[in-house]
Ligand binder design. Structure first.
Ligand code: NAI
Length: 703
């Protein structure tokens, strides 16, 4: 449903004796300072009119989808003006009905809850997602929601942050009715409600008030165990105060806590990531009106781990997929894995059986590359072997229809060379998916030297259709993410050869007091496969372009030779009993032996050193990546790490964290480590960009 624009942020008009207040702030009617300023005069006009009631609605494709979060950066910001306007809406003696459509989120739902009656179209989604930005609702969401739906459901919505459907909202009492045309239904509701006492949310009794403590106490315990998410405890405190001390006390607590949270590093980091993900979609030298190629049918070449996952990612979004593998058994394995995966999802109730069948039916298999002659886009995911990738690119170049996009899913190979081999380099692009490709959010889109602008624009749009967070990267070893992961792994292994244990290193970096990575470097490589990582390192060194230090990642290379390939072999950096990682004495002994061989002396590592040696080289590598133009902007690098590598969003990514620490402190630490550890391959030499930031007191976020 789309409603016509009025051209004003908020307007008021009367039609057939009923007032209409229309919010119109494209694209999503976010509450901005302009909307707040214009709401007052619109309410004045209603209050001065003789309209029988008021319909609160929004123009365009959605009701208010949230607050304009840039206004929170202003130190003078306070929710008070909007709260006062909501109080005026609620205080009206004439019926006020919210007519909702699209996404009614955050401040949008708070406006709706101040109205006396709420009607939504069937596709509306409603929620209070502030927690995902490290905040709590700031305009009475923590007070009005429990009075409408009860504390238990309100706590679930506020702490979970996930929107609910109109149907669910009606069943819990958040909205009163569902109608195809909510504005028309609102007019009818006003006629019914006229003359009755307006139902003001603030005076409703919380339905499950008698169980308040039983509901909130366990949630308080959970929140206490995650102190790095202060918004959780704050939400519970605001709910609790409103329940025990009443609405006005609840409002005061909510406002105080909201304003405290806005300043926390966690919320600033999460807001940074929110904007960073949106900024990543923009490509500076690509005009916004670059035409897009039509992409409906997808060919995937290689039905292995990645090919099968990529096929699912496309099929989930409605694309028709042809999956090709030259090896009939591999094709069969891939197709079986796909159908089993959907059966499992259906069995767990994550998907209806019909949907599972419908999605599975979108994927068909073929053994010959000729089956890809007519598809709009091919994603090649054959073995990571340059000769093979080039041969396959040439075949695709020869058989695919004109205009087809040829994407290569390589983790490390030179996409420019693959593009040349295809005979139509302008059609070639890299799509670096992460495993499991149907689940992981990140997609690195590799822009090769000759990639045509419309190919790049189309792949970015396809990425958003398959719900990936896409980041553009130039061609280099490891692109953005794996290139930075390389120096992270390097230091982890160097410390192990100096006698630190994987558990000690992972423990520091997984500890939210230090960083809070989902997995430390050793745990991550054990999961991804030590063999996969080692092979890349071995080839990189053999190519002559890699590091020359003989001790460089000697540990993973030796583990590769000894068959300690990680979880898949039951032993890697750790020894596995089921999924449980235990210390692996063999790997410790191997590290000690390599240390003797390379003359590395044993030393103690405190948590500060472990933290610095893992994070700072990544920051330094990121500075090189920016200087070389591999990444478009610093915030893209933060998105790569938070969307693809388990870097916590509440830390804002490596460069947001670097800005918090200060480039000067990082450079000083790098010099210190270089002096203590030696500077093989220049690893502790600060990148020119990082040095400049240190000298000038600059920040990555200001580049
Ligand atoms: P895989 O070994 O599981 O699958 C490769 C498949 O390609 C096999 O089924 C093989 O039969 C097929 N194949 C080989 N030559 C072929 C040809 N000429 N025509 C058709 N099919 C052919 O490999 P995986 O792990 O799926 O990797 C594929 C690509 O994705 C590699 O380039 C890899 O570097 C990249 N990648 C892998 C990630 C991972 O975590 N496994 C992550 C990101 C990228």
């Amino acid at each position: 449903m789309t409603k016509p624009s009025t051209g004003q942020a908020v307007s008021f008009h009367i039609e057939d004796g009923i007032g209409f207040l229309t919010i119109d702030q494209p694209p999503v009617n976010a509450i901005s300072l302009a909307v707040i300023a214009a709401l007052g005069p619109a309410l004045d006009a209603f209050e001065a009119s003789d309209a029988r009631g008021l319909v609160v609605q929004a123009a365009g494709r959605t009701f208010v989808a949230g607050g304009d979060i840039t206004m929170f950066d202003d130190p003078a910001f306070t929710p008070a003006p909007l709260n006062a306007l909501l109080d005026r809406i609620e205080a009206s003696n004439r019926p006020v009905v919210a007519a909702l459509h699209g996404t009614t989120l955050g401040g949008g739902l708070e406006i709706a809850m101040a109205c006396h009656h709420r009607i939504a179209d069937p596709a509306t989604r409603l929620g209070l997602p502030e927690i995902t930005l490290g905040l709590i609702p700031g305009s009475l969401g923590t007070q009005r929601l429990p009075r409408l739906v009860g504390l238990e459901k309100a706590a679930g919505m506020i702490l979970g942050g996930k929107p609910i459907s109109a149907g669910d909202a009606q069943s819990i009492g958040l909205i009163d009715a569902i109608a195809e045309d909510p504005s028309a239904a609102a007019i009818a509701a006003i006629d019914t409600l006229t003359g009755t006492e307006p139902r003001r949310t603030r005076v409703q009794v919380i339905p499950d008030l008698d169980r308040a403590e039983a509901i909130l106490a366990p949630l308080r315990d959970v929140a206490a165990s995650t102190p790095w998410h202060p918004a959780k405890a704050a939400a519970i405190e605001a709910l609790s105060t409103g329940a025990t001390d009443g609405y006005d006390a609840g409002e005061a607590t909510e406002t105080r806590l909201f304003l405290d949270l806005v300043k926390t590093p966690a919320s600033r980091a999460q807001r940074h990531i929110f904007f960073a993900e949106r900024a990543a979609r923009r490509i500076s030298d690509l005009p916004g009106d670059t035409p897009l190629r039509r992409v409906e049918t997808i060919g995937i070449l290689g039905a292995g781990t990645m090919g099968a996952g990529i096929a699912m990612a496309f099929a989930n979004a409605g694309f028709t997929v042809t999956l090709v593998d030259a090896n009939p058994e591999a094709l069969d394995r891939g197709l079986t894995r796909i159908s089993q995966d959907y059966e499992r999802l259906a069995a767990r109730g994550r998907l209806s059986a019909d949907d599972a069948d419908r999605i599975t039916a979108r994927i068909s298999g073929a053994e010959s590359i000729a089956a890809l002659a007519d598809v709009d886009m091919v994603v090649e995911a054959v073995f990571e072997d340059m000769d093979l990738k080039c041969r396959v690119a040439a075949e695709l170049g020869a058989i695919c229809k004109p205009g087809a996009i040829l994407a290569t899913n390589t983790s490390t190979l030179d996409v420019d060379r693959i593009a040349q081999a295809s005979g139509r380099p302008e059609a070639v692009i890299g799509t670096h998916f992460f495993s499991p490709a149907q689940i992981m959010r990140l997609l690195e889109v590799v822009r090769a030297r000759d990639t045509a602008p419309d190919v790049l624009a189309t792949v970015m749009s396809v990425a958003s259709r398959i719900r990936k967070t896409a980041v553009v990267t130039g061609v280099c070893y490891g692109f953005i993410g794996n290139r930075m992961a390389e120096v992270y792994m390097r230091e982890s292994e160097a410390m192990q050869m100096e006698s630190a244990t994987p558990g000690q290193i992972d423990g520091v970096i997984e500890d939210p007091a230090w960083l809070g990575m989902a997995m430390g470097p050793s745990r991550m490589l054990d999961m991804a496969g030590v063999d996969v990582g080692a092979r890349t390192v071995i080839e990189w060194i053999a190519s002559g372009d890699g590091p020359q230090d003989p001790a460089y990642r000697a540990l993973c290379r030796a583990m590769f030779d000894s068959g300690a390939h990680g979880q898949k072999t039951g032993h890697g950096y750790y020894r596995y009993e089921g999924r449980t990682a235990l210390p692996n004495d063999d790997t410790h002994a191997l590290a000690a032996q390599l240390a003797r061989q390379h003359g590395i002396t044993s030393r103690d590592h405190d948590a500060q050193e472990i933290f610095e040696r893992l994070l700072y080289p990544m920051v330094n590598e990121a500075a090189l990546i920016l200087d070389e133009g591999i990444a478009q902007r610093a915030s893209d690098i933060d998105v790569v790490w938070t969307a693809g590598y388990g870097f916590p969003a509440w830390r804002g990514g490596p460069l947001f964290m670097a800005d918090e620490i200060g480039a000067d402190a990082i450079v000083a630490a790098m010099h210190r480590h270089g002096a203590t550890l030696g500077n093989a391959d220049g690893r502790w030499t600060p990148a020119p960009l990082l040095s400049r930031l240190a000298r000038e007191g600059g920040r990555f976020s200001d580049l």
